[in-house]
Design a protein around this ligand. Structure first.
Ligand code: IPM
Ligand code: MG
Length: 415
């Protein structure tokens, strides 16, 4: 008798939990469908060449962020010195994207900071601390993830190059959907059941695929690998793959294939296969994970830059975190700004300054991998970030830079 009553009570409680979860789920779906309408109405790419003035915001972020960002800002201002002088480019430092300010406002990005960001076109951003459950900070959403959503920075472009191994990859990671879209909106249905959601919209998926295929066509790489786990995640990844087949029809000159994320992770460390790959297009979470692996092959996450590109805004950042320990140990000035400087190269590329971008990339490789006149160790026995930035700027100006770089790459390849 009691047994039945207990079962009944439990069933009633479950039904109540389900109804509550359904309501939350309904609200999430409504929001996503509204988002789809906004995507359908989105305008075309902003042509920076046609703007009277390009505003670049600089946000230092947390931990070592302000240090490495300031070093990268010097390199950026050096490369844009003519545009800054003529007033074509204005650089604005935006404070306030710190974890202290975000925690006080209990928001991923405080409103006033967001308003300032929205006045810019391009943003150079240092790493920001992302609270995780159990931290001293309120469990607010990551500032990165929020900025990508707020500014609709849908393409996370992450190049990885190791010339001496023939590796020249570019990852086009979808940046506003997938498991991240509702990453802070999962539902604790009961104390025994938690559910998260993954989002794929037709519009959101198509535009990242197009960005990847466009890049492959424009650069003459003409080869795209689409990465999913569509054998298991059949609905969202299945759609990603179906849409890839559709989009590919518009690029008859671009060869494409598809791989599952697990085997691709293996192939990236297979010396006999990996240099075949060129351009990858993939959903958010797989892109997050695999780009760290790829960066490690290049020399570590500290060597990789990342561009977050939308049709109106673009944000350039390191792919690593804010390393608070370096600050508490008094070593922040020795933090390596390479990844932020690489992000500057990507910004130059995005601005159409291809030559500056290329020279900066070559200079970075010469300084970090080959010549190594100054070495960053993260400690006082190495160079400071600013000394390193000076070294990079000197190297950019070397008349024999290209020749020197080619020589180094050739010699390294023979080893
Ligand atoms: C990245 C980072 C972020 C992400 C974190 C900090 C939220 O790992 O840019 O890859 O997961 O996207
Ligand atoms: Mg990551």
């Amino acid at each position: 008798m009691y047994f039945y009553r207990d079962q009944y009570t439990k069933a009633m409680a479950n039904e109540k939990a389900i109804r509550e979860a359904q309501e939350k789920y309904g609200a999430l779906l409504r929001k996503q469908l509204e988002r789809v309408e906004r995507l359908k109405a989105e305008g075309d790419w902003v042509d920076y060449g046609k703007l009277d003035k390009i505003i670049i915001g600089v946000c230092g972020g947390d931990g070592i962020g302000p240090y490495i960002c300031a070093s990268a800002q010097r390199v950026m201002e050096f490369l844009l010195r003519d545009e800054i002088k003529s007033g074509k480019v204005e650089v604005r430092v935006i404070d306030g994207l710190t974890i202290e300010r975000r925690a006080a406002a209990n928001k991923a990005i405080p409103d006033d900071v967001l308003a300032e960001l929205k006045e810019c076109h391009l943003i150079l951003k240092g790493p920001t601390t992302t609270p995780k459950k159990g931290d001293e900070w309120p469990n607010i959403e990551s500032a990165n993830v929020a900025m990508r959503k707020e500014l609709d920075l849908f393409a996370n472009v992450r190049p990885v190059k190791v010339p001496e191994l023939g590796i020249d990859w570019v990852f086009f990671r979808e940046n506003t959907e997938g498991s991240y879209a509702l990453g802070s909106d999962g539902i604790h249905v009961t104390e025994d059941l938690a559910i998260d959601f993954t989002v794929a919209t037709k519009q959101g998926t198509e535009r990242i695929l197009r960005a990847g295929f466009d890049h492959a066509a424009k650069t003459g790489k003409n080869y795209v690998s689409v990465i999913t786990k569509a054998n298991v995640i059949k609905t969202t990844d299945g759609r990603f793959l179906d849409l890839a087949a559709e989009v590919a029809k518009d690029y008859p000159g671009v060869r494409w294939d598809d791989w599952f994320i697990d085997i691709l992770s293996a192939k990236l460390i297979d010396p006999s296969r990996r240099s075949d790959y060129k351009v990858f297009v993939l959903p958010n979470l797989y892109g997050d994970i695999i780009t760290d692996e790829a960066a490690q092959i290049q020399g570590g996450v500290g060597t990789a830059g990342s561009a977050n590109i939308g049709k109106r805004y673009a944000m350039f950042e390191a792919i690593h975190g804010s390393a608070p320990r370096m600050v508490s140990e008094g070593r922040a000035q020795y933090a390596d700004p390479s990844s932020m400087i690489k992000a500057v190269a990507m910004m130059m590329e995005h601005l159409g300054k291809a030559e500056e971008a290329e020279r900066l990339e070559m200079a970075l490789e010469v300084c970090v991998q080959f010549e190594r006149k100054l070495v960053m160790t993260g400690r006082p026995n190495g160079a400071t970030g600013n000394e390193f930035a000076d070294y990079v700027m000197e190297t950019i100006q070397r008349p024999d830079l290209r020749k020197a770089w080619e020589g180094y790459v050739k010699a390294a390849g023979k080893k």
